[in-house]
Design a protein around this ligand. Structure first.
Ligand code: NCD
Ligand code: ZN
Length: 347
């Protein structure tokens, strides 16, 4: 038995490519299936100026293997020293497509993030004026807030007040993990959207903790209980253009994951499309996959959808994805959905 599905070539609206040997190792994994991606700026040191973004874009293009095509959509890392004029110039030059807000200390390489939002108001006002989206890692960092509540508390205490202060700011709430996040994005007035990762559609917190601790399922925001996972699935298949794919594929080497203090990040670039087809088929919504993966993101970012199409084919034989990608920086374990994947991406 085989079934096929043809969709426009997808894009990834939240991706970590890193730099150097890791970039070289993981870039082909994304470029094989995706035309474009919003590139996260949390390098060490972070990508903070237009010049940094131009140099990083050049390094990405230099790492792209011959014969592959891929367009990196660059972002800047918002710091309390970010210059609104530099942001506006980088946007006017077509170089950057978003600015990323990491609350300081929220996740991997976020030490230079924002401690006091009041200090970045001039940048945010400039972004609202020029229509440049703010991508937000939506978690509070206060030690007294439980890690499973950090997204929900962020919505109430940071995001909603911020959007009331600067109502014209275009906001993307990234890697939503809670039903509250979904409800907020679906119900809010104004210009807001949200991305959903592949892995948060497929795992909940039991997968991380039951029967032994699974470091390769640990990421931030951490996966929540199953009712939240169900809310994410419902949003992804809803056909609501406010929700689209951002894989948050975030490679770390195995020694850095399989450690007494393992890094946060799930690497899913390689098998994301097979995973998504599996999820959307389970939900009886294969017809909604193209909107989620290929149409709503470009519309949100004011870009045309890709002309090229890709074909997915469901076969009896599962896809043989390698368990790890070997990079010059070390091995990186691929997201394991816990069951075989039968949707093959045809080249
Ligand atoms: C990301 C990383 O490793 O850079 N990790 C993660 O768990 N998602 C950072 C981030 O997007 O939070
Ligand atoms: Zn991320």
């Amino acid at each position: 038995m085989s079934t096929t599905l043809s969709i426009r070539r997808p894009d990834d609206w939240h991706l970590h490519l890193r730099d150097g040997a890791m970039l070289e190792g993981v870039l082909p994994e994304t470029a094989r299936h995706f035309a474009r991606a919003i590139i996260m700026p949390n390098l060490v040191p972070p990508v903070v100026t237009g010049d940094d973004a131009a140099a990083y874009r050049d390094r990405i293009m230099a790492a792209l293997p011959e014969g592959m095509s891929f367009e990196p959509l660059m972002t800047l890392y918002l710091t309390e020293a970010t210059d609104p004029a530099d942001v506006a110039a980088a946007h006017a030059a077509g170089l950057i497509h978003a600015v990323k807000l990491y609350p300081a200390g929220a996740t991997t390489n976020s030490a230079s993030g924002v401690r006091d939002l009041a200090r970045v108001t001039p940048v945010l006002e400039k972004m609202a004026e020029i229509g440049l989206p703010l991508c937000i890692h939506g978690e509070v960092t206060s030690p007294e807030v439980d890690i499973f509540d950090r997204e929900q508390v962020f919505l109430e205490t940071v995001l909603d007040p911020l959007r009331r202060r600067i109502p014209d700011l275009k906001v993307t709430l990234e890697h939503i993990t809670t039903s509250q996040g979904i409800d907020y994005v679906a119900g809010a007035s104004g210009d807001i959207a949200g991305t959903i990762t592949t892995h948060h559609l497929m795992i909940n917190r039991n997968h991380i903790l039951v029967g032994g601790i699974r470091p390769h399922y640990y990421c931030l925001p951490v996966a929540k209980r199953s009712t939240h996972q169900q809310a994410l699935r419902k949003a992804a298949i809803s056909g609501n253009p406010r929700f689209f794919l951002g894989t948050d594929s975030a490679p770390h080497t195995d020694p850095n994951k399989e450690s007494a203090c393992g890094c946060a990040g799930v690497f899913s670039a390689t098998n994301t499309l097979s995973c998504l087809a599996h999820v959307f088929e389970e939900e009886g919504a294969l017809d909604k996959l193209e909107g989620f993966a290929s149409l709503f993101g470009p519309a949100r970012y004011g870009l045309p959808p890709n002309d090229v199409r890709i074909t997915l084919e469901k076969r009896d034989t599962p896809v043989a994805y390698p368990p790890k990608v070997e990079t010059g920086a070390g091995p990186v374990t691929l997201f394991d959905p816990g069951h075989p994947l039968h949707w093959h991406v045809l080249d």
